[in-house]
Write a protein that binds this ligand. Structure first.
Ligand SMILES: [Zn+2]
Length: 387
């Protein structure tokens, strides 16, 4: 995420336009005078740049405000429907596709199940393309209003080369999304699912770019996205945030990654369901059934307690490593927030001599199950808001 940093003479105009767009994105409408004051740029610069943005369709004039002396100031308004973006979220069970406007209002949504015996990953992309074309035709959206399509993937991703190295829990590896670019009439973007979620959280909910935020995505596995300062920290080999594979139990359960005792084998949604199914010898009922049971059944409650213990241990390690301001939990575990959140926060901070709960905010994501797919849709939008 290239933020509003590298300023030189050539880019000042573009930078001012991005600043104006960011400000109006968060405030919806402001007078030219307000924009000038809040961004500390001159009124003629605001007028010239907002005229450009009006021409590009991002903004429009929306009447005048009350005068505080002199001419009534013109109000400028952000137009969220001036551009759209497709977001695609691929999980083990299904592929979800949304079309969103710049305010992340979902204009259309569809999904399909992952085929049971997937031979060629290309088949998934062809299905996605068919859904996308249908949406564009049905809604009659001009192609020049579509910024692109972003894919959120539960695996190791090199987003610049459009290369998916692997999705361990889906048994998929070495996929070149570059080969799929010709399937779409607009740019293609990819990102790791936890990073995409962290992007979405940081952009939509945290306007203060000085934040440090960790997104923990709990699904089949556990992924983490790290926002430090004003960008997602990826690491030298693009593998930063693989906390799901830190050892939490020495010589513990065997992981798909080849190691033993990885955190995700104890803290993923799958781990919780597997534990219930093993202990209760029940391979039919789902997580909702089990979690309701924890209200009345002591054995079920003990399984949940152990799960939350493991989740808390991992989070403590993350806090000690990165000292973040916010830790947000999301992914497929999100619907079960009410069974987990309160106990989890208690366990993270009890007998913790390093931190108390006022020093690191641990909570479930406010974007619910949408963090990952909003992050996917954000990938093509990024260039609108940032240099
Ligand atoms: Zn592992």
């Amino acid at each position: 995420m290239k933020r509003l940093k590298s300023i030189d003479q050539e880019t000042i105009r573009r930078l001012n336009q991005k600043k104006i767009l960011n400000l109006l994105y968060r405030n919806n409408k402001l007078t030219k005078q307000d924009i000038s004051q809040k961004l500390d740029i001159s009124i003629p610069t605001v007028i010239s740049n907002s005229n450009d943005l009006i021409e590009q369709g991002f903004l429009q004039e929306a009447g005048v405000a009350e005068s505080t002396g002199g001419r009534k100031p013109t109000i400028i308004k952000f137009i969220p429907d001036c551009r759209y973006s497709f977001g695609v979220c691929i999980t083990k069970d299904r592929v979800r596709i949304i079309l969103a406007n710049l305010n992340f209002n979902v204009i259309h949504e569809t999904n399909f199940h992952m085929p049971e015996n997937l031979c060629d990953f290309k088949d998934i992309i062809i299905k996605v393309r068919n859904c996308v074309e249908k949406i564009i035709n049905n809604l009659n959206i001009p192609l020049d209003k579509i910024l692109g399509i972003g894919f959120s993937l539960p695996g190791v991703v090199d987003e610049k080369r459009l290369f998916l190295k692997n999705m361990t829990n889906l048994g998929i590896r070495n996929i070149f999304f570059k080969e799929f670019e010709c399937f779409f009439k607009f740019p293609v973007f990819i990102e790791n699912e936890a990073n995409a979620s962290a992007y979405a959280e940081a952009f939509i909910n945290f306007s203060d770019t000085k934040n440090s935020l960790i997104f923990i995505s709990i699904t089949e596995g556990v992924g983490t996205g790290i926002v430090i300062g004003d960008s997602v920290y990826k690491g030298f080999n693009k593998r930063a945030g693989e906390f799901g594979h830190m050892t939490i139990v020495k010589n513990g359960r065997k992981c798909n990654c080849g190691k033993m005792g990885c955190w995700e084998l104890y803290a993923s949604k799958k781990a919780l369901l597997d534990e219930y199914r093993n202990i209760f010898n029940d391979d039919k009922n789902n997580l909702s059934y089990f979690l309701k049971m924890t209200q009345t059944n002591q054995k079920a409650k003990a399984i949940l307690d152990t799960y939350v213990d493991f989740l808390a241990e991992g989070i403590k390690n993350i806090i000690l490593t990165l000292d973040p301001k916010d830790i947000l939990i999301g992914g497929e575990i999100f619907p079960y927030k009410s069974f987990i959140e309160e106990d989890l926060i208690k366990k993270v901070f009890e007998s913790n001599s390093f931190y108390d709960k006022n020093q690191c905010n641990v909570m479930f994501s406010s974007l619910g199950e949408n963090a990952s797919i909003f992050g996917a849709a954000f990938l093509p939008m990024e260039k609108i808001f940032f240099l």
